[in-house]
Every structure is written in structure tokens, then in C-alpha cells.
Write a protein that binds this ligand. Structure first.
Ligand SMILES: NC(=O)c1ccc[n+]([C@@H]2O[C@H](COP(=O)([O-])OP(=O)(O)OC[C@H]3O[C@@H](n4cnc5c(N)ncnc54)[C@H](OP(=O)(O)O)[C@@H]3O)[C@@H](O)[C@H]2O)c1
Ligand SMILES: [Zn+2]
Length: 377
């Protein structure tokens, strides 16, 4: 399963609104920022909007620069990104510009909405996702069937709110515009909802003309077997730590990170760190946590390799150390091969102890990279 990287993009007024209530779309950004948005669009495989935005703004959602379109074609990509609309009702204006400009279009909708959309003759590939719209299925379909690797979501608020609260956004590009709307009936960027985690990670701020671009990454681990976008970030970090291990001909190179439910990093570690020739990554990371820290009970351990079930070097294997620390969720990239211990089943030990183990196989190659000399593969 390959889900696309999901980038949310929006502009808000100083009082946090996406638009006013007038019939025309409120222009929040200036020319420099519209050009920046054009550049971001040129860098993605698909642009998604909700039916509300199509109804309110009648947008085209094009790459406007001919140079950027030419560059896309040179790279073997279509001139325009795929345009993706989302509607439950399927009740969309077939004459809207969305359907008649740019490249390919797809509408994701419910079974009921698909009937309506087909009756209206919308110029798009209509994909019903069942009785309700399921965002994970939608992203999976975009990734696997449509080959979308990078998705830009341009609103509106209902769409952004669901992707953030369901832990499906990899990045938020927020532009703050220097004006006020002042109308409580105007649409907000984020509505009420159950927001996972605490603070987002600020990765960039940049003035663009008279607006400011802020880029954030959500940090909250997923829940249970359901992976969040931030799970991918943290596991990628564990794989990067694995690459920093002092080399060994007799033990794996592994990285581990312990992250609280609100996205706070509690500790990290890697194999053979600090001059200890036998220390394991999870063991090193957990040693840095306070055993009395109540956040461990809701924490996730990310480990590039499945935590060990048995080891020769120390009496307590990492799967047991994780359970003893009170952690009940583990995300890993690679099941332990039989290289050193036959039939090792750290996941079994963890599950028997009441923990959830999530394997994200798309990181397996990264986790294996510093261990090629051991596995021969
Ligand atoms: N400033 C900015 O950056 C920016 C960007 C985009 C939009 N906007 C503004 O945002 C406003 C529109 O936002 P909005 O929140 O009203 O609309 P929206 O998020 O664009 O679209 C909402 C619609 O999407 C469909 N939908 C969303 N989630 C669904 C689900 N889980 N199941 C089924 N259907 C689902 C529904 O369509 P159906 O009703 O067809 O069922 C729903 O009414 C406009 O005023 C626009 O100007 C501003
Ligand atoms: Zn271990």
C-alpha cells in the first residue's frame, strides 16, 4: 500500500477565516504567493478540493506558468496535475471550470453520490468509495491506482479538518494574510474536531510579499494499528539513526525513537552508541526515559528493526524492555531475519504482552541498508 505524501495548503486572514461570506472569492494572498502556490502545484501529482470549494469559488486549479508545465513534460509527467474532487452528494455543477480546464479529473464520492454524478454527466472518472467516504481508502486508491506520490490539498475547511484530525496530513502550508474578515459566519480553516497530539513541528517560516508562509508537520503517532502520517516521519528518523551506528560484523545496526501520544519525542537511540559495544537501539533509547514518566503508557516506540525477542548479550530482550516500560505500541520497518537468532519473534512477545505492532514495509529497504553486509540481500 502506497499512500501519497499529503500536503495541506491554505491561506487565512488574521482572524483565522478562509473566506468572507460574499459571493466572490476573497483574495487573501498577493501575486508573489499565487506564484508560490503555482510552483507547489507544479511539484505535485494531484490537487484535491472539496465540493464546497468548487461550489463557492469555481476554481480552475491549474499550473499557470508555461515554463513549469514544460518542465513537467520534460520530466515525463502530464502538463497538469490530476484534479481530484471530493463530494458525498455528487451534486456538483457539470459546467464548473474544474471539469473543463487542465488535465485529468477524478471525483471520489459515496455510492449514492456516484449515481447522482453520473446522472449529471460530470466530465470526470467517478469513483464510489462505499456508503460513506473513507479517507484512508481514498488515499490508498490515489496512491495505488492513480500512482499519486505527492498530493496537494487546497481546501476547504471541512476537508482540511478531516485530514488533520484523522492523522493523514504530512505537512501543512499555511499562509497568514494581513487583513481581517470579522464575520463569524465566514468559513474557518479548521473546525471543531478531535485533534490528535499537541504541538505541530514548525519547519519553515518565509515572508512572501505581504503574507507569511508557515510550514508545519504534525507529530502525533497513530493509534493502535492505524498509522498516522507522523508515524512515517518517526520511522524514517529511526532508519536514519540506524545509519549512524558504528559498523559491526556481528550485530545489526538499528535506530529507535520513543514518542509520546502528543508527538513529543521522549528519547532516541541507536545500536552500539556511547562506546557500549552491545547496547541495542531500543534499550539505549528507553534508558534515557524516566521510568515514572506517565507518558510512556501512551507512547510509541519506533524501531527500524523489529525489537528482539532473545539476545545473547544481555538477559532482557528489547521486546520485554518495551513492555516493562509500559509502552503498548511499536512501529517497525523490518521483521528480524534469522541471521543471529533462529525464529526470533519480537512481535509475538509484544503482542502477547498486550502491545500493538505496526509494520510499515515501505521503510524496509532503508532499515536494511546499513545491514547489507550481514544479510547478504
Ligand atoms: N483560503 C483558502 O486557502 C481556501 C482554500 C479553499 C477553500 N476556501 C474556502 O473554503 C470554503 C469552502 O470550504 P467548505 O469547508 O465549505 O467546503 P470543502 O471542504 O471544500 O468541501 C466540503 C464538501 O466536501 C464533501 N465532503 C467533505 N468531506 C466529506 C466526507 N467525509 N464525506 C462525504 N463528503 C465529504 C461534501 O460535499 P457534498 O456537499 O457534495 O456532499 C462537503 O460538503 C469556501 O468559502 C472557499 O472560498 C478557502
Ligand atoms: Zn534488542
Amino acid at each position: 500500500m502506497h499512500r501519497p505524501y499529503v500536503l495541506l495548503s491554505a491561506a487565512v486572514s488574521l482572524d483565522g477565516y478562509l473566506d468572507d461570506t460574499g459571493p466572490e472569492r476573497l483574495l487573501l494572498s498577493g501575486p508573489a504567493d499565487f506564484d508560490r502556490v503555482d510552483e507547489v502545484r507544479a511539484g505535485v501529482d494531484a490537487i484535491l478540493v472539496g465540493a464546497g470549494t468548487i461550489r463557492a469559488d469555481n476554481p480552475r486549479l491549474l499550473v499557470n506558468s508555461p515554463e513549469r508545465r514544460a518542465a513537467r513534460i520534460r520530466e515525463g509527467r502530464p502538463a497538469y496535475p490530476l484534479k481530484v474532487a471530493v463530494s458525498g452528494s455528487g451534486d456538483l455543477d457539470p459546467a464548473a471550470r474544474f471539469w473543463h480546464t487542465g488535465g485529468e479529473k477524478v471525483l471520489y464520492t459515496t455510492d449514492r453520490g456516484a449515481g447522482r454524478a453520473r446522472a449529471l454527466g460530470l466530465a470526470a472518472d467517478v469513483v464510489p468509495l462505499g456508503p460513506e467516504l473513507d479517507w484512508r481508502r481514498l488515499l490508498e486508491h490515489l496512491g495505488t491506482v492513480r500512482g499519486v506520490r505527492r498530493l496537494m490539498v487546497e481546501g476547504g475547511g471541512l476537508i482540511h479538518t478531516q485530514l488533520i484530525t484523522q492523522g493523514l496530513a504530512d505537512e501543512l502550508q499555511l499562509v497568514l494574510a494581513p487583513l481581517f474578515v470579522g464575520d463569524p459566519d465566514a468559513p474557518r480553516l479548521f473546525g471543531p474536531g478531535s485533534y490528535q497530539g499537541g504541538r505541530l513541528r514548525l519547519v519553515e517560516t518565509r515572508p512572501v510579499g505581504d503574507v507569511v508562509l508557515m510550514r508545519y508537520e504534525p507529530t502525533a503517532p497513530g493509534t493502535g494499528t492505524v498509522a498516522s502520517a507522523a508515524d512515517h516521519h518517526w520511522l524514517a528518523l529511526a532508519c536514519a539513526l540506524a545509519a549512524e551506528c558504528p559498523p559491526s560484523g556481528t550485530a545489526f545496526s538499528v535506530g529507535a525513537v520513543v514518542v509520546a501520544a502528543d508527538g513529543t519525542e521522549l528519547a532516541r537511540g541507536h545500536s552500539r552508541e556511547g562506546g557500549d559495544p552491545v547496547v541495542h537501539a531500543e534499550e539505549a533509547a528507553l534508558a534515557r526515559t524516566d521510568p515514572a514518566d506517565p507518558r510512556l503508557a501512551g507512547a510509541t516506540v519506533y524501531s527500524s528493526l523489529e525489537p528482539c525477542a532473545r539476545r545473547a548479550s544481555r538477559p532482557v530482550p528489547c521486546a520485554r524492555l518495551i513492555l516493562d516500560a509500559g509502552v503498548r505500541r511499536v512501529v517497525t520497518a523490518w521483521r528480524e531475519p534469522d541471521t543471529f537468532v533462529a525464529g526470533a519473534d519480537g512481535s509475538g512477545v509484544l503482542r502477547d504482552g498486550g502491545a500493538t505492532v505496526v509494520v510499515l514495509p515501505e521503510y524496509e529497504e532503508r532499515a536494511k541498508a546499513p545491514n547489507r553486509h550481514l544479510t547478504g540481500g
